[in-house]
Design a protein around this ligand. Sequence first.
Ligand code: NCD
Length: 306
Amino acid sequence: MRHIMSPLDFSVEELDQMMDLAVDIEKHPDKYAHACDGKKIATLFYEPSTRTRLSFETAMLNLGGSVIGFASADSSSASKGESVADTIRVISCFADICAMRHPKEGAPLVASQVSSIPVINAGDGGHQHPTQTLTDLLTIRSLKGRLSNLTIGLCGDLKFGRTVHSLISALVRYTGMKFILISPEELKVPSYIREDVLKANHVQYEEVIRLEDALPKLDILYMTRVQRERFFNEEDYVRMKDFYILDKAKMELARPDMFVLHPLPRVNEISVEVDTDPRAAYFRQVQYGVYIRMALILTLLEVKVC
Ligand code: NCD
């Protein structure tokens, strides 16, 4: 039985196969409409979510399965003091697979160690968010036609943004990737990403503060919001929150074939006037998220569709 805690739990070849499966699902949804008949996914969300939880639920419903779960810690027995380990033992009796989001780094890993069903990390604190990364990889591959020789700009809260940490870890395994890390000094990537992921893999990267300096060089711009819930105080958040605002004028500095991605939710960092630019791909990205989660569920449940 396999779990997914980080995108590195799957080899590049396995991820390619999963993306191929997602593309087939997009083309032939009817073929998969009963692939998970009688199966259940439990979505255990101890932290707020719109996209990720509903995307998992949509994915399972599209496969003919059904859904149980909770959308906040307050409405679960966590509020009575139940441990994650006990909760997952119980959920293992009800469901065939589960997706867990938790504010504490490592909580889904603890769950996976005692679980008798596959556990999907749907975001653990500021650490990892592997299924957003699978979504991002599929989006980049679909839009650019490749996952190699690309210059990727990541902009915003690179310190607390778990989507950024997972995405960099996954992308360094492909050839010819260059990164431009765009953030204020206080929100730079954690040192383990710089040392153990970028430097250790001899990946070309630069760290800059001004978005305008990076924009003309990019194939992909990955915008992120400032992660308010992970700040120690509100004043720091208020000072940082509008540091970057991508607007029409800045988009003029970018290449005509650059694409803008964002894991969403967007706050102020992308002006709504950018939404109609054909290079704005963040809502298409959400749709890819459903196909890749369908492919992931099939893979973890070892369901083959001929
Ligand atoms: C992201 C997350 O939860 O880390 N959202 C998502 O799952 N699409 C990004 C964010 O909350 O900023």
